[in-house]
Design a protein around this ligand. Structure first.
Ligand code: FES
Length: 164
């Protein structure tokens, strides 16, 4: 059987090409770490380990520092994210009006836990603090859309709007 090392290297080069483009736009100093991470996440949708390693190398900073920044800021993600981000409000108004039951139904419908992404990468489910629409409690946001006055019964109907 022919050795596939060459192919693997080529694939890796191709995979990292968008990152090299990002790095080319910076001076590649330590101060560039956060904007480079933001741009890389924009490219890949999340921050895979090998991308983080390349960023550490490119900026000349220790990997532990890069990893520390990524895990400190909630804007950065180490796992792939869904095409649709569902944010379920767990603020007080939503909680007292049954937000937890809506969350349970979402988990059941999607087969994921809070903070997880479905296997088909369609949905990421996240509980969040008050999103400022308490009058519509219990409320969720799917991407930029607000869905209010929810009940567990309405959950499948809302999800269907985002399924192809
Ligand atoms: S508590 Fe849910 S929107 Fe304010």
């Amino acid at each position: 059987m022919a050795c596939s090392c060459g192919n693997a290297e080529e694939n890796q080069e191709q995979y990292l090409a968008p990152l090299y483009d990002v790095l080319a736009g910076y001076e590649c100093k330590e101060k560039d770490l956060i904007p480079v991470l933001q741009d890389a996440q924009e490219e890949y949708g999340y921050l895979p380990q090998d991308v983080l390693q390349e960023i550490a190398k490119g900026l000349g900073v220790p990997f532990s520092q890069v990893y520390g920044v990524v895990t400190f800021y909630s804007q950065f993600h180490l796992e792939p994210r869904g095409e649709n981000i569902i944010r379920i409000c767990m603020g007080t108004a939503c909680h007292v009006r049954g937000g937890d039951k809506v969350l349970d139904k979402m988990k059941e419908e999607l087969g994921v836990d809070d903070g997880e992404t479905t296997e088909d990468l369609k949905f990421t489910l996240e509980s969040v603090a008050c999103i400022g629409a308490c009058g519509l409690a219990p409320v969720i946001m799917v991407n930029d859309n607000t869905h209010g006055l929810l009940t567990p019964e309405k959950v499948p109907e809302v999800l269907d709007q985002y399924r192809d």
